[in-house]
Ligand binder design. Structure first.
Ligand SMILES: Cc1cc2nc3c(=O)[nH]c(=O)nc-3n(C[C@H](O)[C@H](O)[C@H](O)COP(=O)(O)OP(=O)(O)OC[C@H]3O[C@@H](n4cnc5c(N)ncnc54)[C@H](O)[C@@H]3O)c2cc1C
Length: 488
């Protein structure tokens, strides 16, 4: 049996060598976000890897088995969309690819090898695996761009993942519980002070949605009023939301200020040590909530490769989405510096609009290159942007048209509903929006989901072992007086 099998393999090898059968290209896709998922989807469609005799085998390596539709994170934080519907299960949409949940930690492209860790390699203690490939698609996206600000690493909260968005929602509601139950005015004040750093999309939308949600939630507290809360937006430049243009940015500032949100332009966060946010204009705010959304930087994995990087650390790419100076390596999205052929001398901005379109061209170019055809150039003129500022409030600048208030908010929802991947997700999101129009908003914090064993450990006479670090996400300050569970 074994001899028969070895014989068949030898025969196949001989046929491949003689060009009678084409060897299947091993395509490694690093990242399961916008670029990773859309590239794999299109490759799966075009190369038919499911037949076992298609032109390629596709492996997608990603730390989470889902793609996150990041533009919906602010609405997930506000409770308008369930966390499950903000993510797309990769195994379901990529049935003909191999999805590996793990992290690529280094790439030696000269040897066509990636180093990979998975949950299993950790469990087995065998150390990282080496994966060989023929074509590399490198799309690990970006990470939060942080600065060495005292206290930031200990107390800052990011806003890039679904876990962070839901953690922040729980945290804000927990702060309201703390404020409602404490007798200490200093604790109450700090609990009701929310500082957001960075006036880009993520910061403005997250603040707009969460403030709106918290203001609504105060209806159900006998002793917390909207005017008791301080919401502060800190932005180092002199404008916010540059993506929607100057006029709409100014409108957003006035709209947020009308809602009593303290927008501080030309201001930086200098420290948040000891849970006091100190700003460059001299203001000091004791707070348990510092949300850091001050931009992104390329993923650190890029520095662990032998591929060329720009001085800002993004991969140097060509307009055909190949990586400059090497063969069989491709990149797009936040990790890639792709020349913008519609605005010579610049690179395409790191946003979803480019990521999705680049993924399509990238996948087509891989197919073309496998078939020996000429590559396409990526070209897309930025269409503009839409942003939500809370329920029924928004701002938009699309194809030169400016919209604000309800029409912009409606456009934001319609646009993202049309863009969120899969019909299944669209239907679920639409159903949720429809139901939330008919019923009251959800105002519960499920913070204890983050420590599911705590109750049982206490009941079993142990000490909860996974009690979180004394950071702002947990909603406690370490002493029982401030513990929301102890107080209620
Ligand atoms: C809150 C928020 C709101 C936004 N709203 C908008 C918007 O309204 N409009 C817009 O155009 N853009 C928006 N963006 C930006 C947009 O989401 C990004 O530009 C887009 O996700 C970039 O796609 P990407 O594939 O390059 O990266 P990502 O989508 O971030 O995907 C990167 C993937 O790589 C994986 N990965 C990371 N490290 C590794 C590793 N070591 N090995 C393997 N895989 C790895 C990650 O887990 C992830 O799956 C928003 C971003 C945020 C955070």
């Amino acid at each position: 049996m074994v001899t028969q099998f070895a014989g068949a393999v030898d025969k196949l090898r001989r046929r491949v060598r003689h060009g009678m059968v084409k060897e299947r290209a091993r395509i490694l896709v690093v990242g399961g976000g916008y670029v990773g998922m859309y590239t794999a989807l299109r490759l799966q469609q075009k190369l038919k890897p499911e037949l076992g005799r298609g032109e390629a085998e596709i492996t997608v390596v990603t730390p989470d088995p889902y793609m996150t539709y990041q533009p919906f994170l602010p609405e997930a934080a506000a409770g308008s969309i369930s966390p499950r519907h903000v993510v797309v299960p990769l195994r379901r949409v990529l049935p003909h690819c191999r999805v590996v949940v793990g992290e690529v930690t280094a790439i030696d492209h000269a040897k066509r090898t990636a180093t990979l860790t998975t949950l299993a390699t950790d469990e087995e203690g065998t150390g990282p695996q080496q994966v060989m490939y023929d074509e590399l698609v490198l799309a690990p996206g970006s990470v939060s761009r942080t600065l060495p600000i005292p206290g930031l690493a200990d107390y800052g909260i990011g806003f890039k993942t679904v876990e962070e968005a839901i953690g922040l929602r729980n945290h804000v509601i927990e702060q309201m519980d703390i404020a409602s139950s404490t007798r200490d005015p200093a604790i109450r004040d700090a609990a009701l002070t929310f500082v957001f750093v960075g006036g880009g999309f993520a910061g403005v939308e997250a603040l707009g949605e969460l403030e709106d949600m918290a203001r609504y939630t105060t209806r159900y507290y006998h002793n917390v009023k909207p005017e008791d809360m301080k919401w502060i937006l800190v932005e180092a430049s002199d404008r916010i939301l540059p993506e929607v243009g100057e006029d709409m940015g100014r409108y957003t500032v006035s709209e947020l200020r009308r809602r009593n949100i303290d927008v501080r332009l030309g201001t930086r966060l200098e420290s948040c040590a000891d849970r006091v946010a100190v700003l460059s204009d001299g203001a000091r705010f004791p707070t348990r909530t510092v949300v850091w959304t001050a931009g992104v930087k390329p993923h650190p994995l890029l520095a662990a490769t032998d591929l060329p990087l720009t001085e800002r650390g993004r991969l140097k790419c060509t307009p055909e989405l190949t990586i400059e100076g090497v063969t069989h390596a491709w990149a797009a999205g936040d990790a890639a510096a792709v020349p913008d052929v519609t605005a010579p001398g610049t690179h395409t901005a790191p946003n979803a609009q480019h990521a999705v379109r680049q993924a399509r061209v990238l996948a087509d170019n891989i197919v073309r290159s496998l078939r020996g055809q000429a590559l396409q150039t990526y070209s897309h003129r930025y269409a503009g942007s839409v942003a939500s500022l809370g329920l029924h409030e928004g701002v938009a600048h699309v194809y030169g048209r400016k919209l604000k208030g309800y029409p912009a908010w409606f456009m934001h929802r319609a646009y993202h509903l049309s863009r969120v991947p899969t019909f299944n997700r669209k239907a679920r999101v639409l159903a949720e929006w429809t139901l939330s129009g008919l019923f009251k908003r959800e105002i519960v914090s499920l913070g204890s989901l983050e420590h599911p064993r705590a109750e049982f450990e206490l009941a079993a006479g142990g000490k909860p072992s996974d009690t979180p670090k004394n950071g702002p996400q947990d909603g406690s300050q370490g002493d029982s007086n401030n513990n929301p569970k102890g107080l209620s």
